[in-house]
Design a protein around this ligand. Structure first.
Ligand code: GRG
Length: 307
């Protein structure tokens, strides 16, 4: 991928230092010894297995890049960035359960309930969700009104204005006829909610204006939609080795997806349309004084990623 300077560089290289910072902060959070009441060793191992092994860390990077774009610093964004990754990991662990999408492979290894047990997977997910709110609340040196607003938005997107209702409708429509409105609903809540939160929270933590917070939230939505349409397309055309999860599941489970409704070509066109929207939001942010090079790189990456 090309940077603003015209050189070609990959995602892992472009974000290398920040990826390391996020991974080491996540490791710290999930170190059993740091918690006053220790859980059983095997539960800690399961939490680490489901969170630390693999994963692209797209959402935490987005919190950080939004905060930096608005003049904040990495440390301001790091707790919320990690909390968001914990909830994302929780959602993947629960999504893979037999009562949900029933998958055996995640991030190139057996899903948590396969490697441990179903009850461990449920409880590990529960622990990650509860832990995530504490990670934000414990941040020192941040104005409390910013933290409270972030926690409130986080609660929304990890429950009934986000993952839970999106996942509910996704499962409800398996094998049923669906409309474009249903498809938009599923993607808006199941996936784009965390992307909206990522860019919104970064801006809030940086103390950005309401105009910027609002534009960042809209940009998060566009990026979430690009991510999900691409995800639908990758599910159709990838190998398990490439994806790290089982391809072809959407078709097998008769899921409501973009390619199922519109076909591959129109789905690709939808990505181009969301990219154009993202581009115009990035320009608005630039006019407001934000530095958008990294977010521009992220927007391009999401539409061309291969896993
Ligand atoms: C949050 C309380 C609560 C419940 C969760 C199970 C569930 C309810 C929601 C499922 C949401 C879900 C799994 C959406 C799919 C989004 C998606 C395609 C995720 C894959 O994200 P990547 O590619 O994964 O960023 P990596 O492994 O790179 O982190």
């Amino acid at each position: 991928m090309q940077t603003a300077l015209g050189n070609t560089i990959g995602y892992e290289t472009f974000f290398e230092a920040k990826l390391q910072r996020v991974n080491s902060a996540l490791k710290d959070i999930l170190t059993a010894e740091k918690h006053p009441i220790m859980g059983p060793e095997i539960l800690w191992q399961a939490l680490q297995y489901g969170t630390l092994q693999g994963g692209k860390r797209i959402r935490p990077l987005m919190v950080i890049e939004s905060c930096l774009a608005c003049g904040g610093n990495l440390e301001d964004a790091l707790p919320t960035a990690c909390a968001l990754e914990l909830v994302h990991a929780q959602s993947l662990i629960h999504d893979d359960l037999p009562c949900m999408d029933n998958d055996d492979l995640r991030r190139g290894q057996p899903t948590l309930h396969k490697a441990y047990s179903e009850s461990t997977a449920v409880l590990a997910g529960d622990a990650l969700l509860g832990l995530s709110f504490g990670v934000i609340a414990k941040q020192k040196g941040m104005p409390p009104e910013r933290l409270l607003r972030v926690i409130q938005e986080f609660s929304n997107v990890s429950s009934l204005e986000g993952l839970v209702n999106g996942q509910f409708v996704d499962i409800y429509y398996e094998g049923k006829t669906f409309t474009p409105e249903v498809l938009d609903y599923i993607h808006t809540y199941k996936t784009a909610a965390l992307f909206r939160f990522a860019l919104q929270s970064g801006a809030i933590l940086a103390g950005a204006s309401e105009t910027i917070v609002d534009t960042m939230t809209k940009l998060g939505n566009s990026l979430g939609m690009i991510f999900q349409v691409k995800d639908d397309l990758l599910d159709l055309a990838s190998t398990p080795e490439q994806l790290g999860k089982t391809p072809g599941k959407d078709l097998a489970q008769e899921k409501a997806t973009f390619p199922a409704l519109y076909g591959v070509e129109v789905s690709q066109q939808k990505i181009v349309e969301w990219e154009a929207e993202a581009d115009s939001l990035l320009q608005e942010l630039q006019k407001e004084g934000c530095s958008v090079e990294s977010l521009t790189f992220m927007a391009k990456y999401l539409g061309v990623r291969v896993h």
